[in-house]
Design a protein around this ligand. Structure first.
Ligand code: NAD
Length: 424
């Protein structure tokens, strides 16, 4: 797939929003686009064979005008290498700023990553733990419950979050600090509903989008790109709303399932065989065929830069809900808008995760915990309102939903920035 510069894409989105808002000042545009800080660290790890391997990690802190930085840590090795990863992390931290503002949670944007693929490189549990704790040590001075609160992302789980929390607590005189990180297991101060949050939030936004198009979700056909946390829960909750999954993919390939299948059945197959490929009754297809399949709802839920202008021309869906971050290239947006496909952009479609991360942090800080329904209902309110506010702006300014969500977010961040002013 195409390798474009993700940070250039993120910057373009900020500039587009500034155009709509009539912000001409280049310095202010620069302030809004650039991260406040990008920390690059090397992490020496003693491998099981006794040798030292040095990994590279990043933490980008984009904007904290509305509250502490917040954003995931991913373990991945994008094709463009370490330099590409730095740009990617900067872009992802920018999107986190806007995402928090859209759903109106009092947090800013951050993102972290280590250049490693724990799956293909087959790191042992011990090696992974030493890597995680080493990274936590290197970023410990810039994270904290009131400073920057990381969370899981691609190929990181509650286990890594617990190790980061434990390392941070030990470095701070054994001060119990569950609020330093979210996405923790329930026994470690995690929130109910956090594991399903992103996918559930995506499903809520699809429900709202479908209402505006008067599209019935009962019997609606859904295509999922990626079959991980975000995409599978989006699929499962859409199923509960009456929809049917007819194609899925993972890192090993894409399949179409003409008769449709329950997400739980495909998951069972993936757990047994290591991939969705080969699912009974399915046909192997290319990534392009998956993305351009005739369906009602397309959920790109895996990686960046998937929907190019060429793919956009051939799209045959009514709604795109971007569970993944940055799956659509900027040049594809006008093509999609012209085709009257309603896009729920990533900063809104996958904001259920950060909404419930925020609620986890609130629970940690007050030491009192809510039920699954209490948490899910609070998230539903924030994300539904975020969709409605952005949709109203898209109609008012006659702009697509990506621009509209950005306009809403930039307005909210600017309001906080203007209240605070600059010091010193
Ligand atoms: P995950 O690790 O659970 O799943 C990733 C999935 O993508 C896996 O099924 C993997 O096989 C698949 N994949 C990898 N390469 C692929 C390829 N070339 N083609 C098709 N599929 C491929 O990760 P996740 O947490 O579900 O995250 C997925 C996306 O959602 C990322 O962009 C992430 O930033 C975004 N996101 C996740 C959360 C969350 O809470 N999990 C929150 C916000 C955004």
């Amino acid at each position: 797939m195409v390798k474009s510069d993700p940070f250039a894409n993120a910057t373009k989105q900020v500039n587009d929003a500034c155009d709509v808002l009539g912000i001409k000042d280049k310095e202010l545009r620069n302030y809004l686009a650039m991260p406040n800080k990008v920390l690059r660290v090397k992490i020496p790890v003693k491998m099981d064979n006794g040798k030292i391997r040095v990994f590279t990690g990043f933490r980008s802190q984009h904007n904290n005008d509305r509250g502490p930085y917040k954003g995931g840590i991913r373990y991945f090795n994008p094709e463009g290498g370490v330099e590409y990863m730095e740009r990617e992390v900067m872009a992802l931290s920018s999107w986190m700023t806007w995402k928090c503002a859209i759903v109106d949670v009092p947090l800013g944007g951050g993102k972290g990553a280590i250049y490693v693929n724990p799956k293909t490189e087959k790191l042992s549990e011990g090696e992974l733990e030493r890597l995680t704790r080493g990274f936590a040590y290197k970023i410990s001075e810039i994270i904290g419950p009131e400073k920057d609160i990381p969370a899981p992302d691609v190929y990181t789980t509650g286990r890594e979050m617990t190790q980061i929390m434990d390392t941070f607590s030990k470095l701070n005189g054994n001060k119990y600090s569950p609020g330093v990180i979210t996405g923790k297991p329930i026994s470690m101060g995690g929130s109910l509903a956090r594991n399903v949050a992103t996918g559930l939030g995506t499903a809520y936004t699809v429900r709202e989008a479908a209402k505006t198009l008067k599209l019935k979700l009962k019997g609606a056909k859904v295509v999922l790109q990626g079959f991980g946390n975000a995409s599978t829960f989006a699929g499962e909750y859409l199923e509960k709303m009456g929809a049917k999954v007819i194609a899925v993919s993972d890192s090993k390939g894409s399949i179409s399932i003409p008769k449709g299948a329950k997400v739980s059945k495909i998951l069972e197959h993936k757990q047994k065989k290591g991939s969705v490929v080969g699912f009974p009754g399915s046909k192997k297809i290319s990534t392009e065929e998956l993305l351009t399949m005739k369906c009602d709802v397309l959920i790109p839920g895996a990686l960046e830069n998937q929907i190019t202008a060429k793919i956009a021309k051939n799209l045959k869906c009514k709604i795109i809900a971007e569970a993944a971050n940055g799956p659509t290239l900027p040049e594809a947006d006008p093509v999609i808008y012209k085709k009257k496909i309603l896009v729920v952009p990533d900063i809104l479609a996958n904001s259920g995760g950060v909404c419930i991360s925020y609620l986890e942090w609130v629970q940690n800080n007050m030491g009192y915990y809510w039920t699954f329904d209490e948490v899910a209902n609070k998230m539903e309110k924030n994300i539904t309102k975020g969709f409605k506010d952005a949709f109203a702006l898209s109609k008012k300014h006659k702009i697509d939903m990506r621009k509209a969500t950005m306009v809403l977010a930039v307005e909210r961040v600017l309001e906080a920035f203007n209240q605070k002013g600059i010091w010193p």
